[in-house]
Design a protein around this ligand. Structure first.
Ligand code: CAO
Length: 564
């Protein structure tokens, strides 16, 4: 066992670069080449790996420290001895040296138009993979541009990754990207064609035709029609055994998010689109925690990636975000005549909400029947008496009143989940699903506990008319604590209504019908109303739901119970 000081190797142009991430802590067992810190200059960020395997005994740097070649990063207890303590090993590596995937050091490629000889001019330029050192058959893991993009010289075109490192391959030419010759997953090697760029005035000579460009390259050089991309931008596992190429900044050259290589790799492994993550680090840098928070938010349904949103239109649902098979693509016209009709705005909005609620809420539905024989008789006689008033008392208005009584008795049904808290509401705003020509909407009867059945009937009629006329305001549709969906006027027996989040339960009712009901001595014809109560199993359990339905049934059977 020997204590080894792991120092910053030759990091090319980088001097006094800030430590922006510390990736290990004392006590950690580390592998050789495991990244210890990420440093960042105004130009780029890179990770500095350990030259030895062992146990981190001490860290010699802190976040924000400025370090240069030779600065001690950590003291590592190494079983193998001193390993490769020299910060300036040869690019070829000595005995036991790690492979050096980085290409030979090269200064930044000259900006477009600079250092170019005669013969530039516009024209199609083939941008090819330059000498990328030991990298062979490396996979394209990101394509950073698309045909039609106007690109700058040195703007990154693709990212490639081997098992050792990832790097961006920048364009040797400025101009308009005409054609991409690679796609994600392709394996590329030196000399492979990446893209065709329509050069903007002399771009053809940009970059280096030589796989090992010299700093003077381009000086007086002829403009080849085939331009080699400049040196790739090392991104990950920068090997201390090799001198480093200058690492051009990701963010300033293109629209790439500002994140260190390890964070970018982490995001890629999780399939997180970094450009959609908000960075909370210094200068808006995206940290690993930001990626984790984004992932959690997507998992919880609070955030949707742009790709998922685009792939999951209302009614369709891509399913990729859940790891499901893609939605089947069928050429329906092959089987017969078809007509294509865009979904209404309401259908798109309500569809997306219903989909989210159905996926995120563990629904259970209890079915029951309520004897409404007397209630219906009372309703009919009331309507006869009130014929002249113009207000028709509906069964739904009675149901709203009955539900308020049940919600008061079982307050969990009148609640919402907020993290680990249950928010119990002392107000009773009842939504009712209304079928309109453009789709389903849910107007809300506010303070239903304070209103009589006549007032509720009248307000419902007004809201239902507004709904059909498309005149409901957002205020008419917000604040519900519980919802009723009545298909009684249409038909059916039972169904499984979807909870209207953030509520925790919904009552579905279907068409009542006269049925023979055994009264202990004989069958009696009774008017039975089918009830379907869906509830959120995170908040409510089956016994409570059965009690809620039973109590509702008792009230509907004898409304005087509301007074008790
Ligand atoms: N059993 C038997 N008959 C019923 C009944 C029931 N449960 N509920 C209503 N009816 C009768 C009514 O008494 C009325 O008959 P009359 O004209 O003879 O009096 C008739 O059916 C029509 O009622 P209605 O549906 O117009 O009125 P309503 O108060 O019951 O409902 C409203 C109003 C707005 C809720 C309703 O029009 C509506 O849009 N329902 C559809 C809701 C829906 O789509 N839910 C599904 C959501 S999930 O996709």
């Amino acid at each position: 066992m020997a204590l080894v000081e792991v120092k910053v190797p030759d990091i090319g142009d980088f001097k006094d670069v800030a430590v922006i991430e510390i990736l290990v802590k004392p006590g950690d067992t580390i592998k050789q080449e495991q990244s210890l810190v990420t440093v960042e200059s105004d130009k780029a960020s890179m990770e500095i790996p350990s030259s030895v395997a062992g146990i981190v005994k001490e860290l010699k740097i802190q976040l924000g420290d400025k370090i240069s070649e030779g600065s001690v990063i950590a003291v590592v207890e190494s079983a193998a001895g001193a390993g490769s303590p020299s910060p300036q090993p040869s690019p070829q590596g000595g005995e036991g040296a790690r492979p050096a995937p980085a290409p030979a050091p090269t200064p930044s490629a000259a900006p477009a138009g600079e250092g170019r000889g005669e013969g530039g001019g516009s024209g199609s330029i083939q941008v090819k993979v330059p000498d990328i050192g030991d990298f062979k058959d490396v996979a394209v893991i990101e394509v950073l541009v698309k045909p039609g993009d106007t690109i700058k010289q040195e703007q990154s075109l693709i990212t490639v990754e081997s098992d050792k490192a990832s790097m961006e391959i920048p364009s040797s030419a400025a101009g308009v990207l005409k054609e991409l010759k690679v796609k994600i997953g392709d394996k590329v090697n030196i000399g492979d064609l990446i893209a065709i760029v329509e050069g903007a005035g002399g771009a053809a000579s940009a970059g280096s035709p030589s796989p090992q460009p010299s700093p003077q390259r381009g000086e007086g050089a002829a403009a080849p029609a085939t331009a080699q991309a400049p040196a790739p931008q090392q991104q990950h596992h920068v090997p201390p055994t090799a001198a480093l190429p200058p690492h051009e900044p990701a963010a300033p050259t293109g629209n790439l998010p500002h994140a260190s290589p390890s964070v970018r790799k982490f995001a890629r492994e999780l399939g997180v689109p970094l450009e959609e993550v908000k960075g909370t680090g210094p200068k808006g840098r995206i940290t690993q925690e930001d990626v984790q928070a984004f992932t959690k938010s997507v998992m919880a349904g609070a955030t949707q990636t742009k790709a998922a949103a685009a792939k999951a239109p209302a009614g369709g649902g891509g399913g990729e975000a859940l790891g499901l098979l893609p939605w089947p693509k069928v050429d329906f016209a092959k089987f017969g005549p078809i007509e294509r009709k865009p979904l209404s705005r309401i259908k798109k909005i309500s569809g997306a909400n219903l989909h989210r609620n159905w996926v995120l809420i563990p629904h259970v539905t209890n079915h029951d029947d309520a004897d409404i024989t007397e209630l219906e008789a009372f309703r009919v006689s009331t309507n006869k008496e009130n014929e002249k008033s113009g207000v028709k008392v509906t069964m739904l208005a009675f149901l709203i009143k009955a539900c308020v009584a049940a919600l008061k008795k079982f307050p969990d049904f009148n609640s919402s989940l907020d993290g680990d808290d249950l928010v119990l509401k002392s107000y009773y705003h009842i939504g009712f699903a209304a079928d309109t020509p453009s789709g389903l909407v849910v107007p809300v009867i506010k303070d239903a506990d304070k209103k009589g059945v006549l007032a509720i009937s009248q307000e419902m009629a007004e809201l239902a008319k507004k709904a059909r006329d498309g005149k409901l305001s957002p205020g008419d549709m917000s604040g519900a604590t519980f919802t009723i969906s009545s298909l009684g006027g249409i038909g059916g027996r039972y169904f499984t209504p979807i909870i209207n989040a953030p509520e925790v339960a919904i009552l579905g009712v279907c068409r009542s019908q006269t049925e023979p009901v055994w009264d202990g001595k004989q069958f009696q014809p009774r008017l039975m109303l089918p009830l379907s109560l869906s509830w959120d199993h995170r908040v409510i359990d089956g016994a409570s739901a059965a009690r809620f339905n039973a109590y509702l049934g008792q009230i509907l059977a004898d409304f005087r119970r509301v007074l008790l």
